[in-house]
Design a protein around this ligand. Structure first.
Ligand code: NAP
Length: 199
């Protein structure tokens, strides 16, 4: 593992791993990842595929190719299609960029399905934090919010990397002197995978 790859892993890969584990990925067949072409999502596709799931990745037009290359079985361009309204149902929805109402997400889940939110629209994140206990009635569809635990699961990511199942996707690597450019590029939200600053 190069230093560049190693630096891309800790937060993004662990948000993906912890969210998918919360969503009981080992028991799920049909998985949708919303925001799958960014830093967290590119790890999530690979981790979900390593569990044998059928993965649908949702992201911007420019990221469809990278999602396919990482193993996504189906891709949806969010600028063209709303996955919550196309009639498909998923066992697990992992949401890196929440933008839909909680009820849209519930509708897109199978009967025993689970939704895990990692980030997105702040109002939705707060709503989820407040309403979570009432949204997941036992036996019903489960709604969850990830609270990232630093470093928990790093060993599992290392094992997946060594098995050739997970590789960090680094879009660009900037020298420290160009850190401002790196943040500007990241802030535009168009990076495919991670942006790294090299010291
Ligand atoms: N839960 C926790 O404990 C915790 C801790 C740290 C961070 N986070 C969260 O984790 C997330 C980090 O994501 P990241 O590093 O992967 O960000 P990223 O690299 O910017 O990726 C996000 C992806 O979502 C896409 N996207 C934007 N709007 C979308 C929409 N409406 N539908 C589908 N996809 C959309 C973006 O594409 P375009 O912009 O090109 O359209 C981008 O490819 C953030 O939401 C952050 O708040 C959570």
């Amino acid at each position: 593992m190069t230093f560049k790859q190693a630096s891309a892993i800790p937060q993004a890969a662990l948000i993906a791993l912890q969210s998918l584990n919360n969503g009981l990925i080992h028991t799920r067949k049909k998985v949708l990842i919303n925001g799958a072409g960014g830093g967290v999502g590119t790890f999530a596709i690979q981790i979900a595929k390593s569990y044998g799931a059928t993965v649908t990745g949702v992201d911007h037009t420019e990221k469809l190719e990278v999602m396919r290359c990482l193993g996504a079985d189906h891709v949806i361009d969010y600028t063209q299609e709303d996955f919550s309204k196309n009639g498909q149902r998923y066992d697990l929805i992992f949401d890196v960029m929440a933008h839909h109402s909680i009820f849209d997400y519930k509708r897109a889940l199978t009967t025993q399905g689970q939704y895990v939110m990692a980030g997105g629209d702040l109002l939705l994140v707060y709503k989820m934090l407040l309403l979570k206990p009432w949204l997941s009635i036992p036996g019903d569809k489960k709604m969850d919010l990830l609270l990232h635990k630093p470093n928990q699961g790093l060993g599992s990511i290392q094992a997946l990397f060594e098995a050739g199942k997970v590789t960090p996707v680094v879009d660009k690597c900037y020298p420290l002197i160009d850190a401002a450019d790196a943040f500007q590029y990241f802030a535009k939200g168009h990076a495919k995978g991670k942006v790294v600053i090299k010291i």
